[in-house]
Design a protein around this ligand. Structure first.
Ligand SMILES: Cc1cc2nc3c(=O)[nH]c(=O)nc-3n(C[C@H](O)[C@H](O)[C@H](O)COP(=O)(O)OP(=O)(O)OC[C@H]3O[C@@H](n4cnc5c(N)ncnc54)[C@H](O)[C@@H]3O)c2cc1C
Length: 512
């Protein structure tokens, strides 16, 4: 039980357990404020926030809500950028108390965790055991369950792919209160049909929507493919299909040696060409010693944003690239020489480049990357401004064209911005910083134009943040209404009374 100042009520929602258990339920507006908002500053409302302490608690709450038709929104740690955890009525299920690392199996490289384990804690616990979990969204103060619900990615996605690639098993409480245990590799769709078997033995047949997902990094709408693994439907579903209560994750041996560098360029085009060359060597040539695990970009404006905190950024730099490359000790010298050769070939500023010689320096370069996201948030709060930021990815061969077109659009509109992102994955975060309501409206229009451009080039409107409640209209435009209806049908099969995380991915009207 928590401190004295916290209201603790008997579980009014769970009459069956009333005589045996207590569960924290909060409804004091001040106490629940943090559950009504996320990092996008999108605000909602609810009747109360409940804090289940076990899978059974969740089952009971969900069964009761399913009976009464009460809406449920699942909360992670609130760092999402799309309003996905923000409730619009009903109750919030805060998973906070399900926060144990149940087991780390070093020999078999896997870990069993509850959903509210903080990603940062999980990563440091693994490090002590010489293990490593690659998914690294820039914000690590997030819950593992939520990173699965959003299929989070980060800098290392360039080499290792998104969260999806590391999920072996899931326990999911469906919106009916039934439990579903799914293991990767055990249940595949046939002819666009998935058959799910719940804990009580009932069978649910889901028609897999027939849209084709872009071949780029992508996290928008349900994952589909005609022969898909059932587990993939629940990864990136933004909590609309069930509550993740237990997860088995794949982990890897901790890389022992990592080359890490920040390289500055006096010409943006050189930096972009350098990124293309590194990508080609890393992806297309398995023999290449150049094998970047992270490949990130900062434009001149982003560098100016950071210069007070990182005064050794050369004042004249027009762009920078941060990269990492895992290697074996025996290859150290040859790797270093290969990188110098490549940097020089693309006119990188070798004299002012940063090279990490130990893990402390390496960490400071990672902080440099993370700082850009934080500095933007800090600037917006300080100046009471709202950001309009893209999360688009396009096919690699279209990226330069896309990037320059986006910059032209925003510059021609006279709106302040900074650009950075996971350019190894052709994934652009162009953050517009409008200074007035008029500029904000113009920025929103430009955002829509940029999404359209991305889709027209074969890309996505969201490569990692997801759709939530803030980006539905763009997903609707990307796939068209026909496929949004197919997605809603998937939800209806699993959530017949439309109670769970309503409003994420598509609007409620598609559930009627
Ligand atoms: C500065 C900054 C940088 C960021 N950088 C990145 C980045 O590089 N890559 C990236 O992918 N994201 C990034 N994000 C977004 C965010 O950190 C991720 O989306 C993260 O996964 C959200 O975790 P959370 O615990 O805060 O979840 P919340 O915001 O609380 O919830 C997110 C979603 O998960 C659902 N959910 C939570 N728990 C469960 C559960 N147990 N079962 C089912 N559904 C659940 C919620 O209902 C909601 O739909 C960034 C955010 C910030 C503020």
């Amino acid at each position: 039980m928590e401190g004295n100042n916290e209201k603790i009520r008997e579980r009014s929602l769970i009459p069956v357990l009333l005589s045996h258990h207590y569960m924290i339920i909060k409804n004091n507006p001040e106490e629940i404020q943090t559950y009504l908002v996320d990092a996008a500053n999108y605000k909602g409302f609810c009747e109360e926030v409940v804090f289940p302490e076990s899978e059974n608690d969740i089952i009971n709450i969900v069964k009761e809500a399913n009976k009464t038709g009460k809406k449920i929104t699942v909360a992670g740690n609130g760092t999402g950028l799309t309003g996905a955890r923000v409730p619009e009525g009903g109750i919030v299920i805060a998973t906070d108390k399900l926060n144990s690392i149940i087991n780390i199996d070093c020999d078999n490289q896997k870990a069993l965790v509850q959903p509210a384990v903080l990603l940062a804690d999980f990563q440091s616990e693994l490090k002590e055991k010489e293990l490593f979990y690659p998914p690294d969204p820039t914000e690590t103060n997030c819950f593992i369950g939520a990173t699965i619900a959003t299929n989070a990615s980060g800098a290392r996605t360039f080499k290792y792919g998104p969260t999806r690639n590391f999920v072996n098993k899931l326990n999911v409480i469906l919106p009916t209160g039934e439990i579903l245990s799914i293991e990767r590799g055990k249940n595949f769709a046939e002819d666009n049909k998935l058959t799910l078997l719940t804990g009580t033995g009932s069978e649910i047949i889901v028609n897999v929507p027939k849209y084709k997902m872009p071949g780029t990094k992508h996290s928008a709408g349900y994952y589909v493919n005609p022969r898909m693994d059932a587990i993939d439907l629940f990864i990136g579903a933004e909590g609309t299909l069930g509550i993740i209560t237990e997860v088995e994750l794949k982990v890897l041996p901790l890389p022992q040696n990592v080359f890490s560098s920040v390289i500055f360029f006096s010409n943006e085009d050189d930096a972009l060409s350098f990124i293309s060359a590194v990508r080609n060597k890393s992806k297309d040539n398995p023999e290449s010693i150049i094998d970047a695990s992270a490949l990130e970009y900062f434009d001149e404006r982003a560098l100016k944003f950071l210069i007070d905190d990182f005064p050794n950024i050369p004042a004249e730099a027009k762009a920078a690239v941060w990269l990492e490359n895992e290697f074996e000790k025996k290859d150290e010298e040859i790797l270093y020489n290969k990188w110098i050769e490549l940097i020089e070939k693309f006119n990188g500023d070798i004299d002012n480049a940063w090279f990490a010689f130990d893990n402390v320096e390496r960490k400071s370069f990672q902080d440099f990357r993370h700082a850009v996201s934080w500095k933007v948030s800090e600037y917006l709060v300080k100046n009471n401004l709202k950001k309009v930021g893209t999360d688009t990815a396009v096919p690699h061969e279209k990226f330069k064209e896309f990037y320059y077109s986006c910059k032209d659009l925003v510059e021609n509109a006279g709106i302040d911005y900074i650009a950075y992102g996971h350019f190894g994955d052709s994934h652009l975060h162009l953050n517009m910083l409008p200074k007035s309501e008029n500029e904000y409206s113009a920025a929103k229009e430009l955002y829509a134009d940029i999404c359209r451009l991305s889709v027209s080039l074969g890309g996505t409107i969201s490569a990692e943040h997801g759709i939530g409640k803030l980006k539905r209209e763009y997903l609707l435009e990307m796939y068209g209404e026909k496929y949004i209806i197919e997605m809603a049908k998937v939800k209806k099969m699993l959530d017949p009374n439309s109670i769970m995380n309503i409003g994420n991915i598509f609007s409620e009207e598609y559930l009627k």
